[in-house]
Design a protein around this ligand. Structure first.
Ligand SMILES: *Cc1c(COP(=O)(O)O)cnc(C)c1O
Length: 431
């Protein structure tokens, strides 16, 4: 029995992965990753498009290879991510670094060495510009610039990166100064970048297209390409709507063509999806190890929680969940297969933290979820766990070791792509 309609992962694969590799583990569906890459590459555009995978969503080497083989480039958010992407055989010229980091000494030298090899760099603050401008001018390297537009959107305030409560990019009010500083050194900004937030609404994404094009028209006469950033919405839960790429692409195409008719300039478009590529391609596979109840709620306890998926705790994010019987024969989804007697349970992890729950609301309160009553020993599979789970959780809290990662290949084979961390590895740097 398949977990859901969009993945080939079925209950037998869940049981097999758990038997071979233990729980908790992450399980990724290669078919679905490839499909999402294709969906993005098929987005309508006017004068060409580059799709960059925002690798902070999930930075494992196997996934990077699948995604770059599908034709995507990379959006990196740190120098270490650049190095990891290159270790996955991705050429530097296919990587763009957009970061809050400030490099000095050895790290600055490393960055400049990689930029000479083709790495693209967006300046995101005046200080970054001051550090990089002379080097870029001397080496004829073109810089991009990330604008802070003053509008943003996100599923929660913590994921809104564009409004005045966040600090990403060079604020519109500093753009003139940045331009002057660059012009004094003979530098031109060829690429203009924005990323207004994650998981926000598509209407805002469209409004940002207009805003960004108007900013380019007013301030950046030399720009050749424009990035609208990431933030394409994926629907993790059945009541959510994913971004419609056909509609968004058509809108961007129309506005970029209009820009051309007005200015004679043909802008290449870039997008930087992270969530959209991997969120629904990944599952956190856990086993139910205990059940408890208080006066208020039933609880089921998993052998993996906030240390494999902290999104509920960080953002109040909701994830679909599937209970798979221990023999791998049956799947019941918590969304569609609730018990008629109204059984509900809070899904908790094993960390000493009352927030170690997979069913929390935005205020951090536990919200029991309707489901078919599971048995101890059944598997609980957390869906929508491909993005910002493995790459973002507090892995060694309570001294739990980092979970292994397994890939379901298109031929049905399960492949270990990252081993489970050992206790020795956790302690290796302690003196
Ligand atoms: C995080 C990030 C993205 C990806 O955001 P998603 O919401 O995961 O698509 C894209 N670009 C930049 C600069 C980012 O920081």
């Amino acid at each position: 029995m398949r977990l859901n309609y969009f993945s080939v992962i079925d209950s037998a694969a869940i049981a097999e992965a758990a038997v071979c590799y233990g729980t908790p583990i992450y399980l990724y569906d290669e078919n679905h990753i490839s499909k999402r890459c294709k969906d993005c590459l098929a987005m309508p555009n006017a004068f060409g498009m580059t799709v960059r995978y925002a690798m902070k969503a999930n930075s494992g080497r196997a996934l990077l290879r699948i995604i770059s083989n599908a034709g995507l480039h990379i959006d990196a958010s740190s120098l270490n991510e650049v190095i990891r992407a290159h270790l996955a055989d991705i050429p530097y010229e296919n990587i763009m670094l957009t970061t809050q980091e400030i490099y000095q000494g050895d790290r600055l030298q490393k960055l400049q060495e990689l930029m000479r090899l083709g790495l693209k760099y967006n300046v995101c603050s005046l200080r970054q510009l001051h550090i990089m401008a002379d080097f870029a001018a001397e080496n004829n390297i073109e810089l991009g610039l990330r604008v802070h537009p003053g509008i943003g959107t996100g599923e929660s305030a913590t994921r809104n990166t564009g409004d005045d409560y966040s600090c990403f990019g060079i604020h519109l009010s500093d753009v003139t100064e940045a331009n002057k500083y660059a012009a004094d050194r003979g530098l031109k900004f060829r690429h203009i970048h924005e990323h207004i937030g994650s998981g926000g609404d598509s209407e805002m994404w469209r409004r940002n297209i207009d805003l960004e094009l108007s900013i380019i028209e007013e301030h950046f006469p030399d720009a050749l390409s424009v990035s609208f950033g990431g933030g394409l919405k994926e629907a993790r839960m059945p009541d959510e709507m994913p971004s419609d790429l056909e509609l968004l692409g058509s809108y961007a195409k129309w506005r970029i063509e209009e820009f051309y008719h007005r200015t004679g300039r043909k802008l290449r478009m870039e997008i930087e999806p992270g969530t959209f590529i991997v969120a629904n391609s990944g599952y956190a596979l856990t086993r139910i190890v205990d059940k408890k109840a208080t006066q208020r709620s039933n609880f089921i306890i998993l052998d993996g929680g906030m240390e494999i998926n902290s999104r509920p705790l960080l953002y109040g994010s909701r994830h679909p969940m599937y209970v798979v019987s221990a023999d791998g024969k049956q799947v019941k989804s918590t969304e569609f297969d609730a018990d008629e007697d109204g059984y509900r349970a809070v899904v908790a992890g094993k960390c000493c933290e009352s927030g170690d729950c997979q069913t929390l609301n935005m205020e951090g309160a536990t919200v029991p979820r309707a489901m078919a009553q599971p048995e101890i020993g059944d598997f609980l599979v957390i869906g929508g766990a491909g993005a910002y789970c493995s790459s973002m959780t507090p892995i060694n809290y309570n001294s739990h070791t980092q979970a292994a990662e397994v890939l379901l290949r298109p031929n049905g084979e399960l492949t270990l792509i990252r081993k489970k961390q050992t206790l020795e590895q956790m302690l290796v740097n302690e003196e």
